[in-house]
Write a protein that binds this ligand. Structure first.
Ligand SMILES: Nc1ncnc2c1ncn2[C@@H]1O[C@H](COP(=O)(O)OP(=O)(O)OP(=O)(O)O)[C@@H](O)[C@H]1O
Length: 433
């Protein structure tokens, strides 16, 4: 049977342009290439999940599900969540193979911009090539994932990348799936506080206000990284090597979490933290904010012992300038934490150069690129972690941001973060690149 593309359109994503884009750009392309499709329009929160379940039930498990997501990261998130919810509620035969073409019809479009950071003309031939030649560069760029999808119809295994799903468990509740970002500390607090500001500040300036409220905060928690081969990025070698900012004494061979096996090791990362963010696929959270450049520069491979996540950490207690400010009291220390984060964030916007920042060894304490001093930003590659708040009175240390949604860890509990198994083999989510 000829494949059918299911187009999920979120009319509320971004500036509300998804339906127009599909009508004007996607449908003509699919028609030109004589590809069958079905449009599904979302009607509100979590509706993409319901549509995913409907698609799931309409196709035999052994056939791939081909989906075009015309929305933002939230639409893809809800789709994935709906499919996994249904699968965990039923008899566990697996979820089948989901191949997603991503159209950047949302606001941040982190996944799309991570897959297609630059626009370039495709060298497609035939029907597809003829059609693309009539489009502007911008339209062609936005259709990049779909173009790959159409090309792969002739050679089904080409152009698809696995989309690893992170699963987070908080206090034995239902596991929360994410495909873009799982964070705590500054990133989670910005998302939390900006939501509270939405009514009074509908524009994106609320994110700036929320950031300035949280840049000086020290988030009180410990983290435990897990994996068969946890490694750390070194600006010196420009590669991942044995962790060097966490001491050997913190390695133990056992684990408290459900995903552990005898070969899984744990590495304790004592807090406090300014920044803590993990991601499996998105090297950037918006077009210019390249927070995890290692994902694209050093793509995870077989040496990582299976699927992995990159974890970006800033711990103010390691920063000589913050330590020096402690003599002047908490207010001065907070100001210095904020100043440093601002400097580091500026480098995130410079093509992700923050991962190469080091502390100068001299009195100045300034930040250098690839100097001899300690790294300012710690970047780990692991298979999971626990986030354990250590101060029950500090609410913000209990926030977890799961693809933009905020969850709060109850007092005395932790968040356990792991990667979903692709089981049975071949099942899972993939994106066309
Ligand atoms: N018909 C609808 N009316 C109102 N909201 C909707 C409708 N359909 C879906 N939604 C909601 O729209 C929200 C925003 O979608 P999405 O996250 O894809 O766009 P975005 O926030 O603009 O982009 P990004 O996540 O890339 O920044 C989703 O959380 C979803 O629950």
């Amino acid at each position: 049977m000829a494949p059918v593309f299911h187009v999920i359109v979120n009319p509320a994503a971004g500036h509300g342009q998804a339906a127009d884009f599909v009508r004007a750009k996607v449908e003509p392309l699919l028609k030109h290439c004589q590809i069958a499709y079905k449009i599904h329009q979302t009607s509100g929160v979590k509706d993409a999940g319901r549509i995913g379940q409907e698609i799931q039930n309409s196709i035999p498990l052994e056939e791939p599900r081909l989906v075009i997501v015309a929305g933002g990261d939230g639409t893809a998130h809800e789709l994935i969540e709906g499919i996994l919810d249904q699968s965990s509620a039923g008899d566990d035969q697996g979820i089948g193979t989901w191949r997603l073409a991503i159209l950047p019809c949302g606001t941040a479009n982190a996944l799309f911009h991570s897959l297609f950071p630059d626009s370039h003309r495709h060298d497609s031939v035939g029907e597809l090539g003829q059609h693309l030649a009539t489009l502007t560069n911008e339209d062609e760029h936005q259709l990049s994932s779909l173009t790959s999808a159409i090309e792969s119809l002739k050679a089904p295994q080409t152009n698809v990348l696995p989309l690893p799903i992170t699963l987070t468990t908080i206090a034995s509740q239902k596991r929360i799936p994410t495909h873009i970002v799982l964070s705590t500390s500054l990133h989670a607090s910005i998302l939390h506080d900006s939501e509270a500001l939405r009514e009074t500040m509908p524009g994106i300036e609320r994110f700036k206000v929320a950031a300035s409220q949280n840049m000086s905060v020290a988030f009180k928690a410990d983290a435990v990284l897990r994996g068969t081969r946890v490694r750390q990025y070194s600006p010196k070698t420009k590669s991942f090597i044995e962790p060097f900012t966490i001491s050997d004494a913190s390695i133990s061979a056992s684990s408290s979490s459900s995903s552990s096996s005898s070969s899984t090791k744990e590495w304790v990362v004592p807090g406090p933290f300014s920044y803590f963010l993990s991601t499996t696929t998105a090297n950037r959270l918006e077009q210019a904010f390249v927070v995890a450049p290692t994902l694209s520069l050093l793509p995870p491979g077989s040496e990582d012992g299976g699927p992995s996540m990159d974890i970006i950490i800033i711990r103010p207690g390691r920063d000589p300038s913050v330590i020096a400010a402690q003599d002047q009291g908490e207010e001065a220390t907070g100001k210095m934490r904020a100043k440093r984060l601002g400097e580091i964030a500026g480098n995130i916007y410079k093509n992700g150069s923050h991962v190469n920042l080091t502390f100068a060894r001299d009195e100045s304490g300034s930040l250098e690129h690839g100097g001899e001093g300690e790294v300012a930003v710690e970047v780990f590659r692991a298979q999971g972690f626990d986030w354990i708040p250590t101060d029950t009175s500090h609410q913000a240390s209990h926030y977890v941001c799961a693809d933009g949604d905020i969850h709060v860890i109850p007092s005395g509990e932790r968040a356990i973060v792991e990667l979903m198994d692709r089981h049975p083999a071949g099942h899972g989510f993939f994106v066309w690149k």
